[in-house]
Design a protein around this ligand. Structure first.
Ligand code: HEM
Length: 464
């Protein structure tokens, strides 16, 4: 059987100049990856007065993420896009402010805590099943997956949607991505932060809407009487309220709580939903793999919805998700700025150089993968993983700043995918193939539309 090769971008032959880069970044950041980045570990260029290096080799990424991490703080360009919404929270802070927050928040996401949240994820998978059973005809799945993962994050972050108008909140996120989340000419030229960007003015309302809802939810919890019932599991907000710096005993103030929860809600649901939607698209286009995954899921579940114990027995489901994030890493690029000189491969890095961590290019690098452009979950078979450089696959980043929610994201994605594949068969439609477009995350444009066959209802069987 030929492997399925899903859509990608057409790379420019040479690195782009400043205005072409700018136009490309605003439309789709993936368009700035030149062709040679898929065969070389590092590409160096100049945009205006700025020197940059695009790194997509595992050794170079290890140096930046881990060995010489102090030399590569996050780039101001990216921080500037995020700070209006999430202030100096874990993701956006550096130095002392980062260290104490990491030490307070990392324990919140230990496997033990995350495991207690699994029943909520199972319940969400059940609700998603019900919604999909009620849908008829071609269905757009990014929206469906966003709704599912938003459900999970609201339940685990705030015990429900009581303080949330989910439609208004989702609209605010989209507006935020389209305004403040877009790189502006001023950012590229690195003009001082106090010069107002037009996008910030347009996006200010979206920030207000999101903050008001999260702040209300926090206040409602703080005003609640202490719960005496020990059978009610803590949620993420409970854990955050109790979190403290192990060294100093410092706790989160209102602003820390607001900004970190705001980040969890946006980052935690958008990234996972996209990974799930791409996974369903890939399965729809490779019916052999989809059938194998369904058989695996059904042999474990019978007719049940998936839970924490089940996902451990479903390696193919996990491999499909990992492969989906290889081809479409939800975070396609990271940006750092060199604090001082260094050497990456054969290049001299100078103080002030911009360093782009090209996860999209790394994951499709032609020298590193058996089938760089094809859907091939066996890339993640245990023997293949063992042979690989640890930094060849980094959808969650690496080193001390690795994603704190990786366990949580994988668990919810596995529970949802396993449940859905056991109950439905997904088929491609004649809708235009989705194109990977990166603004802040790599989203499929114009969405992922699939036919859904409900396996418990013969009336939905499709003639293919
Ligand atoms: C498929 C889902 C996800 C992907 C692909 C993803 C990806 C990433 C990446 C690449 C980083 C590193 C950024 C850098 O080094 O500049 C990161 C950091 C982070 N992620 Fe995730 N993430 C996901 C889900 C989540 C979830 C569910 C949460 C929380 C609920 C979360 C919270 C965070 C936080 C707080 C950081 C910053 C950690 C630090 O700097 O110490 N992420 N994520």
């Amino acid at each position: 059987m030929p492997l399925f090769t899903p859509p990608t971008v057409s790379p420019p032959i040479k690195p782009l100049g400043i205005f072409a880069s700018l136009k490309a970044v605003r439309q789709n950041a993936l368009n700035i990856i030149p062709e040679i980045a898929y065969t070389q570990p590092i590409v160096t260029g100049e945009t205006g007065i700025r020197r940059w290096h695009m790194v997509q080799g595992p050794e170079g990424l290890k140096q930046i993420f881990l060995d010489n991490v102090e030399n590569y703080p996050k780039s101001e360009v990216v921080l500037r896009m995020l700070r209006p919404a999430v202030g100096d929270s874990l993701f956006t802070s550096e130095g002392k402010q980062w260290r104490w927050q990491r030490s307070a928040i990392a324990p919140v996401f230990t496997a033990r805590n995350v495991n207690t949240l699994a029943p909520i994820m199972t319940e969400t998978a059940r609700r998603t099943t019900t919604r999909l059973k009620a849908s008829s005809g071609p269905t757009e799945l990014v929206r469906e997956m966003l709704s599912a993962t938003f459900d999970v994050i609201c339940e685990v972050a705030l015990s429900g949607r009581d303080h949330f108008d989910s439609k208004a909140y989702s609209a605010a996120i989209t507006q935020y991505f389209m305004t403040i989340g877009r790189t502006s000419l001023l950012d590229f030229l690195e003009t001082p932060a106090w010069i107002p960007r037009p996008a910030e003015l347009f996006g200010a309302n979206s920030v207000k809407t999101m903050h008001n809802m999260v702040a209300k939810a926090i206040a409602a919890r703080q005003n609640q009487p202490q719960k005496n019932d020990s059978t009610i599991a803590d949620d993420l907000l409970d854990y955050m309220l109790k979190a403290e710096d192990q060294e100093t005993g410092r706790r989160m103030n209102q602003k820390d709580l607001l900004h970190n929860l705001q980040f969890f809600i946006v980052a935690g649901h958008e990234t996972t939903a996209i990974a799930l939607a791409w996974a369903l698209y890939l399965c729809a286009n490779d019916q052999t793999i989809q059938t194998q995954a369904r058989e695996e899921a059904r042999s474990v579940l019978g007719g049940r919805d998936a839970g924490i114990e089940d996902i451990k027995q479903a390696p193919l489901i996990e491999q499909i998700l990992l492969e989906s994030m290889r081809l479409y890493p939800p975070v396609g690029f990271l940006a750092r700025k060199a604090r001082g000189p260094d050497r990456l491969y054969d290049r001299d890095v100078k103080k002030g150089d911009t360093v782009l961590l090209n996860l999209y290019g790394l994951h499709r690098h032609q020298d590193l993968w058996d089938h760089p452009a094809a859907f091939y979950p066996a890339h993640f078979a245990p023997e293949a993983v063992k042979k690989r450089h640890r930094f060849q696959y980094v959808p969650f980043g690496g080193g001390p700043r690795i994603c704190v929610g990786a366990n949580f994201a994988m668990m919810q994605a596995q529970i949802i995918l396993m449940t859905l594949l056991s109950k439905f068969r997904f088929w491609p439609t004649k809708a235009a193939a989705p194109a990977p477009v990166m603004q802040m995350t790599i989203r499929p444009e114009p969405g992922i539309t699939l036919e859904i066959e409900d396996l418990s209802n013969p009336a939905t069987k499709l003639a293919q």
